[in-house]
Design a protein around this ligand. Structure first.
Ligand SMILES: C[S@@+](CC[C@H](N)C(=O)[O-])C[C@H]1O[C@@H](n2cnc3c(N)ncnc32)[C@H](O)[C@@H]1O
Length: 238
């Protein structure tokens, strides 16, 4: 999978993506992440890429000319996704869709954002990572890259990790415990220490359902309610 990132701070992208699972995935050739400096195609001694907004107002706006030129020179993998608070909200479904592509590219805004013609005529999609405003698109790009990369075959050490995680099947994950079995007066659930795999599976499923119902009932609605097997499990509990 090839991922290109367009930014005025390529070192932010390179620093994070050279570490941990993203670094390893690149070393083994599973993923190729390339950052491109939007200033590469900017003119003038200061390689200016921003200007004040028409109509006045605070802040600066990324100009279309250097951004178009940079993207057109690189010819990155498509879709080219603009990172923006106005985009569709990023979630597990979008991460899964992107993980099935051969590649994609991310365009990081800064200041007040980008000239509207960049969004309309250069980008193919627009994604937000949540209802808040960051100073730039770099953190959003990293969030998306990591969430997508870990869904690719071979990126995680244990492939089971991603099939048993939160948001798979629109459920939150069950709690985890590790050594010691008793910590400051609280014991780990005995079922988890029993060695009975069927009982452990059942316990985890019940916990996952309870956590989701309590914390994110919207996820239960999204998946169209509980299956008959799940209703049965919860009934036993009551
Ligand atoms: C300060 S923000 C611009 C906010 C813009 N003036 C607005 O009110 O929507 C600068 C850049 O950060 C990125 N950004 C900020 N918040 C984001 C979010 N929630 N999701 C994705 N990108 C975001 C975008 O690339 C944006 O162009």
């Amino acid at each position: 999978m090839k991922i290109s990132v367009f930014t005025i701070f390529p070192e932010m992208i390179d620093g994070y993506t050279s570490q941990s699972i993203l670094g390893r995935s690149q070393d083994t050739g599973l993923i190729e992440i390339t950052s491109h400096d939007l200033r590469d195609q900017a003119d003038g001694p200061h390689r200016t890429i921003d200007d004040s907004p028409f109509g006045g107002g605070p802040g600066m706006v990324l100009m279309p000319e250097p951004v178009f030129k940079c993207v057109e020179t690189v010819k990155p993998p498509r879709p080219l996704i603009l990172l923006s608070p106005s985009g569709r909200k990023f979630d597990h479904t979008t991460a899964t869709e992107l993980s099935e592509l051969e590649g994609f590219s991310l365009l990081c805004g800064r200041y007040e954002g980008v000239d509207e013609r960049i969004r309309k005529n250069l980008c193919d999609d627009e994604i937000s990572i949540g209802d808040y405003v960051l100073a730039g698109g770099e953190l959003a790009a990293l969030v998306i890259i990591e969430a997508v990369a870990r869904l690719r075959q071979g990126v995680l050490g244990n492939e089971d990790s991603k099939t048993e995680e939160s948001f798979v099947e629109d459920l939150l994950e069950h709690p985890h415990y590790t050594r010691p079995a008793e910590f400051r007066g609280e014991e780990a659930p005995s079922t988890l220490l029993s060695g009975n795999h069927e009982e452990i599976r059942r316990w985890r499923k019940i916990q996952s359902l309870r956590t989701t119902i309590r914390k994110r009932p919207d996820l239960i609605d999204k998946r169209g309610g509980l299956t008959p097997e799940e209703k049965e499990l919860l009934k036993d509990l009551e």
